[in-house]
Design a protein around this ligand. Structure first.
Ligand SMILES: Nc1ncnc2c1ncn2[C@@H]1O[C@H](COP(=O)(O)OP(=O)(O)O)[C@@H](O)[C@H]1O
Ligand SMILES: CC(C)(COP(=O)(O)O)[C@@H](O)C(=O)NCCC(=O)O
Ligand SMILES: [K+]
Length: 251
């Protein structure tokens, strides 16, 4: 079995797959290194032969987690590293090492799945869009605040915007104009995300007419699904690219 880890700015997404056929044995989303170890250790008949990881966290945090994985499960961690080119995709950044590894792996995974031009939109802590042309050229992309950042900026920089998580969830039952603070903020931020997605799709259409595939991923992708009915929702898109970047031989 292989442990796969996607360390974002807010959460760690994890899953354990069988090395031979990539079927999924377990997985989840946790908010700390300790919670990760506890969740993985709780899997019955766990037999890891390796671990691969993508991280957009600091070097220090990333190596601390690698050391914890080695100490807890006895496997070395293969961490995805920036490259100029892989699997037919060419990194479009002026300095390829600066492109977020989650974005790069999402682009790799998308191009591999689609085999043609693709637009990847990822709604995590930040909202990201990346463009890969039909010939594999990564054209670059966009980074904006995602749902958690928009929310917390409003809460932090205003005096009268305060509400709890339960009412936030209830407020998203509809996107009609809000009649309370929580509705106004939550629905307004979702419409911002949807507007982001629509604008990206418009731009992809201007570039490629109808010859492209849209991928939606990231924890908040479901909030945007209705605004992009043509999109493929692929929650594990980053893991698709991670397996390509960090192959582990099964024994
Ligand atoms: N089970 C879950 N636990 C936590 N957040 C979730 C869950 N499912 C969806 N989300 C949403 O996913 C968002 C985080 O997305 P994610 O892609 O994990 O971000 P990042 O990669 O930046 O850590 C949160 O804002 C939350 O709204
Ligand atoms: C843009 C990001 C902060 C997104 O992080 P996430 O929302 O996945 O937690 C991450 O991809 C990153 O740190 N990128 C480096 C800067 C860049 O891609 O240009
Ligand atoms: K991410």
């Amino acid at each position: 079995m292989i442990l796969e880890l996607d360390c974002g700015n807010s959460f760690i997404k994890w899953r354990v797959i069988h090395a031979a056929d990539a079927t999924i044995n377990g997985g989840g989303i946790v908010d700390s290194d300790q919670a990760l170890v506890a969740a993985v250790a709780a899997l019955s008949s766990l037999r890891l032969i390796g671990c691969r990881m993508v991280s957009v966290r600091s070097e220090e945090e990333t190596s601390a987690l690698c050391a914890l994985i080695l100490a807890s499960f006895g496997v070395e961690v293969s961490v995805a590293q920036p490259v100029k080119e892989m699997a037919g995709v060419r990194n479009g950044y002026e300095d390829y090492q600066r492109l977020g590894m989650d974005r790069w792996l999402g682009a790799l995974g998308a191009y591999h799945l689609a085999g043609r031009a693709c637009l990847v939109i990822d709604f995590g802590t930040a909202a990201k869009a990346d463009y890969v042309a039909a010939d594999g050229e990564h054209l670059g992309g966009y980074i904006c605040p995602g749902m958690p950042l928009m929310r917390s900026q409003l809460r932090t920089h205003t005096r009268r915007i305060r509400y709890d998580d339960a009412s936030a969830e209830r407020a998203l039952g509809s996107l009609a104009p809000g009649r309370s603070t929580v509705e106004a903020v939550e629905r307004g931020c979702v419409l911002m995300l949807q507007g982001f997605a629509r604008t990206q799709i418009e731009q992809a259409r201007a570039l490629w007419d109808e010859d492209f595939t849209v991928f939606l991923t990231g924890g908040d992708a479901p909030l945007v699904q209705d605004a992009a009915p043509q999109a493929r929702i692929v929650p594990d898109l980053v893991f698709v690219g991670l397996a390509m970047a960090c192959p582990i031989e099964s024994r």
